[in-house]
Ligand binder design. Structure first.
Ligand code: AMP
Length: 192
C-alpha cells in the first residue's frame, strides 16, 4: 500500500510529478482539480454547485471534495494505493484523509513566485486566468499552507525544491520517499 499526497501552489508541477509517481509505483494518480473540472464539463449536480468556485479559483466546500475522494479511493484500482494531487487543501481534509484512507506521506513542492507565474503563462486552462491564479495563490497562502505543519508534526512531510527541471524534481522526491516506501510496493510496480 502506498499513499502519497502532493501539495504546492498552482504551477508547482504537482500534476506532472504525480503522473511520474503513479507510473513508478503502479497506482492511480487522482487529481481533485481534474475530477471537479470533469463534473463542471458534464454539468453533473456537483458540477453545477462548484462551477463558479472552480472558475474563480476559490476552494470548494470540504464535504463535497471529501465525498468525491471517498468514492474514488474506494474503487478497485486503489487497493494498492494512490497518488493524490490537489488534496488535501485544508486541515479538515487532511484529518479526514488520515481517518478514512491510508495515512499518506506528504510531498510539498516549493517554488518561487517568479517560476509559478512563468509556468502558468505557458498554460491555457480556463482557471489559469490572471485573477483566478491570484485567488488560487491566496487560497494556497491562507488555507493550504496550514496543512504543512499538520504533516510536519506527524513526521510525514517532505520538502522538495520544485524550481528545478522535471527530472531533477522527480529524483529528489524518489530519494526522499525511498526509506519510507516498502520495497514491496516499488518492486511490484516495476514488475508490471
Ligand atoms: P487544481 O487543478 O488542483 O489546481 O484545482 C483546481 C480548482 O479546483 C481549485 O482552484 C479549487 O477551486 C478546486 N479544488 C481542487 N481541489 C480542491 C480541494 N482539495 N479542496 C477545495 N477545492 C479544490
Amino acid at each position: 500500500m502506498i499513499s502519497i499526497v502532493l501539495i504546492g501552489p498552482p504551477g508547482a508541477g504537482k500534476g506532472t510529478q504525480a503522473d511520474k509517481l503513479a507510473e513508478k509505483y503502479g497506482v492511480p494518480h487522482l487529481s481533485t482539480g481534474d475530477m471537479l473540472r470533469e463534473h463542471v464539463a458534464r454539468k453533473s449536480p456537483t458540477g453545477i454547485i462548484v462551477a463558479a468556485q472552480v472558475a474563480k479559483g476559490e476552494l470548494v466546500p470540504d464535504n463535497i471534495i471529501m465525498d468525491m475522494v471517498r468514492i474514488r479511493i474506494a474503487c478497485a484500482n486503489c487497493t494498492e494505493g494512490y497518488i493524490l494531487d490537489g488534496f488535501p487543501r485544508t486541515i479538515t481534509q487532511a484529518t479526514w484523509l488520515d481517518a478514512h484512507g491510508a495515512k499518506p506521506l506528504a510531498i510539498v513542492l516549493e517554488v518561487t513566485e517568479e517560476i509559478i507565474l512563468d509556468r502558468l503563462a505557458g498554460r491555457e486552462r480556463q482557471d489559469d486566468k490572471v485573477e483566478t491564479v491570484k485567488n488560487r495563490l491566496k487560497e494556497y497562502a491562507t488555507m493550504t499552507s496550514q496543512v504543512l505543519p499538520y504533516y510536519e508534526q506527524a513526521g510525514r512531510l517532505f520538502r522538495i525544491d520544485g524550481n528545478k527541471s522535471i527530472d531533477e524534481v522527480f529524483a529528489q522526491i524518489v530519494q526522499a520517499l525511498e526509506p519510507h516506501v516498502s520495497s514491496a510496493s516499488a518492486s511490484t510496480a516495476q514488475g508490471q
